[in-house]
Design a protein around this ligand. Structure first.
Ligand SMILES: [Zn+2]
Length: 246
């Protein structure tokens, strides 16, 4: 590492400023990834997909039951037509044979018997349908409510993210102006340290006898050594390796 010989204490300060701005940028990244609304949204989506699969099960049951009911209603309609036809033949006046009349009467009775069986079945089916239909409606209401909350949550997320984005671009702009003030050598020194330190804070201010990056106490002998270095010569924290600005 080599720094411009003219670097002074105040010039190295700029490294701390850069670090603080990068720390703010990573805090903003972290904030945007861990919004409580994102967790809420994931829960809502899970809830909705659970409701959706319950709804599909109920629809399957309901459509079978409703088809049975409809089939019977269609059949009843056909029976009623036949009864009407037989009744009109019976009382239409063109009936001659008593045997024929008895046969028609017996047909009408039999049609009516079948109709009454079907009507009883329809009542049973309607009773069976009722709890499913209630559940169907409940799920529809719940899904609509869920969807509304999803939309509101998405709006909230978009709003918060755009606030974060605005802050991020302000911080980036600030960083750019600090970099211009720092000059290439110090920016390179800073960038090298960032790479070397990875996720760890790369620059810390020496605060008394502690490191401003890891907050650990530095041994007295090390402090002595660091303090004796020329002010333009960067030193590293013996605990975490961050560049120490003093
Ligand atoms: Zn340290």
């Amino acid at each position: 590492m080599s720094v411009n010989k003219e670097a002074t204490l105040s010039e190295l300060e700029v490294l701390v400023e850069l670090q603080e701005l990068d720390t703010r940028l990573s805090q903003l990244d972290h904030k945007s990834r861990t919004l409580p609304e994102l967790e809420h949204l994931a829960k809502l989506e899970a809830e909705d997909s659970e409701l959706e699969s319950k709804f599909a099960e109920i629809e399957l049951e309901l459509s079978a039951l409703r088809k049975s009911q409809n089939d019977r209603e269609v059949e009843i309609q056909q029976l009623e037509d036949k009864v009407a036809k037989a009744t009109s033949s019976l009382y239409g006046g063109d009936m001659t044979s008593p045997k024929e009349a008895a046969a028609l009467q017996s047909e009408i009775d039999s049609l009516a018997g079948r109709q009454s069986v079907l009507e009883d079945q329809i009542i049973e089916l309607m009773e069976e349908i009722e709890p499913y239909a209630t559940e169907e409606e409940r799920i529809e209401v719940a899904r609509n409510a869920c969807l509304e909350t999803v939309l509101a949550t998405q709006d909230k997320i978009a709003m918060v993210l755009s606030e974060i984005e605005a802050e991020r671009s302000a911080v980036k702009q600030e960083k750019q102006s600090v970099e211009e003030r720092a000059g290439n050598d110090l920016v390179l020194l800073y960038e090298d340290n960032r790479k070397r330190m990875g996720d760890h804070t790369a620059v810390g201010r020496l605060m008394g006898t502690s490191c401003g990056a890891c907050f650990l106490e530095i041994a007295a002998v090390e402090i002595d050594r660091i303090r004796r270095l020329p002010s333009d010569q960067p030193s590293e924290c013996p605990e975490c390796g961050a560049l120490l600005v003093r």
